[in-house]
Ligand binder design. Structure first.
Ligand code: M6P
Ligand code: ZN
Length: 176
């Protein structure tokens, strides 16, 4: 259990293990947890990504996601992706390690994408579904900051997927 009094926490590329050790909820997503997300199913037992969410009684939540480097078929490892249950909740991602691509889309069919590397931030406005893809040569690690009331809505993504996929073509990532 977490102590009642929360401690301030520093999140930097060299202190990720410190963050992780501070009373976090730990979620591991393996290939078998992502059935239907990739065109070619990933190996059942391979870890695709891990999420460490800092427990807090406040309005703001912090989560560190560690994405493994790898592919399922020619698709780079990615998160499930979600809308927020609260349509007014946005989110900010901060790149800590490696290189990722953030895929965004709205229910009206608008899409966007942006690269996220160490030291950079990306804003996810309310109403935009977001999925992260590891397009680098190592683990892709990022910090997410979002309202505690945001909630994860995976339903629409599980049903319809994302409009765009990130695949390797001629040895390079391509959004198709
Ligand atoms: C970020 C945040 C989390 C999210 C995680 C993994 O850390 O957006 O809220 O859980 O990425 O993404 P997903 O839940 O879509 O698998
Ligand atoms: Zn989110």
């Amino acid at each position: 259990m977490c102590p009642n009094i929360e401690r301030p926490v520093n999140v930097a590329p060299e202190s990720i293990s410190e963050f992780i050790s501070q009373c976090s909820t730990h979620t591991v997503r393996r290939g078998k947890d992502m059935a239907g997300f990739y065109i070619e199913e990933p190996d059942e037992d391979s870890v695709i990504y891990e999420v460490y969410e800092l427990e807090s009684s406040g309005h703001i939540k912090l989560a560190v996601t560690i994405m493994k480097q790898g592919k399922a078929g020619n698709e780079y490892f990615m998160t499930k992706g979600h809308y927020h249950e609260d349509e007014r909740a946005g989110e900010v991602y901060f790149g800590l390690k490696g290189k990722g691509l953030l895929l965004l889309q709205t229910k009206e069919g608008q899409t966007d994408e942006m690269e996220l590397t160490s030291g950079a931030a990306a804003s996810i406005p309310p109403g935009w579904a977001h999925r992260s893809v590891n397009i680098g040569e190592e683990d892709f690690v990022f910090l997410a900051v979002y309202p505690a009331t945001a909630g994860h809505d995976y339903g629409a993504i599980e049903k319809h997927g994302f409009l765009k996929r990130v695949v390797e073509m001629d040895g390079k990532p391509r959004v198709v």
